[in-house]
Write a new protein. Structure first.
Length: 127
């Protein structure tokens, strides 16, 4: 397994000058590792398979992250709408409280009003 990974790494970085096909009893033009045609085909196939798996995993992760981002955005938008409605309701309730308190003040002013003939004018004294 380790040898396959090592060869896979070597093949993925190999250039055209590092590869040649040899016939039996033919001397190799450079030092290296000799593989049978089926072994080389298997390594190349595994390399292609690993590359495709990596691309699929990347696509899946990007799609998952995009979907999560869209979900988070929709949840935040819903939260904004909810908070806006809560704010509007609180303001309406506060306005009602203010109106009731103003009505109470107006009623108590009528009951506590001093008749005009009993009012005393307040003036400042000169020093």
């Amino acid at each position: 397994m380790f040898n396959n990974l090592l060869l896979l790494a070597l093949l993925s970085t190999a250039s055209a000058e590092d590869f040649t096909v040899l016939a039996e009893d033919q001397p190799a033009p450079f030092e290296g590792v000799l593989l049978s045609v089926p072994a080389a085909a298997e390594i190349l196939a595994k390399h292609e398979e690993a590359k495709l798996k990596c691309e699929l995993e990347l696509e899946f992760q990007l799609d998952t992250a995009g979907t999560q981002c869209k979900l988070d955005k929709k949840l935040l938008e819903a939260r904004i709408v909810t908070l806006d409605q809560q704010y509007t309701e609180v303001i309406a309730q506060k306005d009602l409280v203010i109106d009731k308190q103003q009505a109470i003040i107006k009623r108590s002013d009528k009951h506590l009003a001093i008749p005009p003939h009993r009012r005393v004018a307040l003036t400042r004294r000169s020093p």
